[in-house]
Ligand binder design. Structure first.
Ligand SMILES: C[S@@+](CC[C@H](N)C(=O)[O-])C[C@H]1O[C@@H](n2cnc3c(N)ncnc32)[C@H](O)[C@@H]1O
Length: 243
């Protein structure tokens, strides 16, 4: 990525991200949260780590459900906002590639649309597996790799109708600078096979894999979500650590 450090970009984008979340992200509120909460299941009393927790929205949701949550994120500006919003999660400034937790000390690790932002995804996935106890679970929401393979978005027709979503250079791993809503960050594309190799190599077993589709109610509230019926932007996976 040349001289620009992806972490510096995140630091400069922290306020814009916090504002985006504060405003309410329909993809999170209406599409991903219901699936993530269902897959996480009963977290009461569970020791949970949220890796790449940002300003802490999902960490707070799990804490409200009785989990003991540690939020990990390397962006100082976001950890500051998260700590200010308080609630019970504890926050630690750190990268996923080097998580300052003891091996086996968590029951559940979650990472909510963050793998796409993590430079060293292989190290990060190995770290997430390391901090889990045997049989512990890792619940991942991420952008589908066919979405990150071309970050130009939908091709639209002359009347603004959605024609198709282009995919290209799918097998090539790379970072791409993207700017939207005041953020200017790097997102990383890797094929699904590369992610799977990293999870399987870390001793994780796949238990569930979903591509969330919006409910009719969700589409009524946010018509733009209907695009996910044609191109599901996200997946949610549940991995379990072997014995
Ligand atoms: C798209 S935001 C998602 C935040 C939060 N999970 C949410 O859903 O609101 C991506 C997050 O990844 C964090 N991040 C970037 N590089 C990271 C790394 N190497 N390790 C852990 N988190 C990282 C950023 O600071 C940012 O908070």
């Amino acid at each position: 990525m040349g001289a620009v450090k992806p972490q510096d970009l995140w630091e400069d984008s922290a306020d814009a991200w916090a504002a985006f979340v504060e405003e309410g992200d329909k993809n999170r509120d209406l599409l991903l949260d219901p699936v993530m909460l269902r897959v996480c299941g009963d977290v009461h009393g569970a020791r949970v780590a949220d890796i790449g927790c940002g300003e802490g929205r999902f960490a707070r949701m799990l804490a409200k459900r009785g989990a003991s949550v540690i939020g990990i994120d390397p962006t100082r500006g976001l950890i500051r906002v998260a700590s200010r919003k308080a609630g019970s999660p504890r926050y630690v400034l750190a990268r996923a590639e080097e998580i300052p937790l003891v091996s086996g000390e968590t029951d559940l690790v979650v990472t909510y649309v963050t793998l796409v932002d993590i430079e060293g995804y292989r190290e990060a996935i190995a770290e997430m597996a390391r901090i889990l106890r045997p049989q512990g679970r890792l619940v991942v929401a991420n952008l589908n790799p066919f979405v990150t393979a071309r970050m130009t978005g939908w091709h639209k027709g002359t009347n603004g109708e959605y024609l198709h979503y282009p995919v290209d250079d799918y097998l090539e791993e790379r970072g791409e600078r993207i700017a939207w809503r005041g953020l200017d960050i790097v997102n990383y594309h890797r094929p699904l096979s590369a992610y799977f190799e990293a999870f399987l190599g870390a001793g994780m077993i796949l238990r569930r894999f979903e591509e969330p589709a919006p409910s009719r109610q969700a589409i009524r509230a946010a018509p733009g979500l209907a695009q996910n019926l044609r191109v599901p932007f996200f997946y949610v996976a549940e991995w379990q650590k072997g014995a």
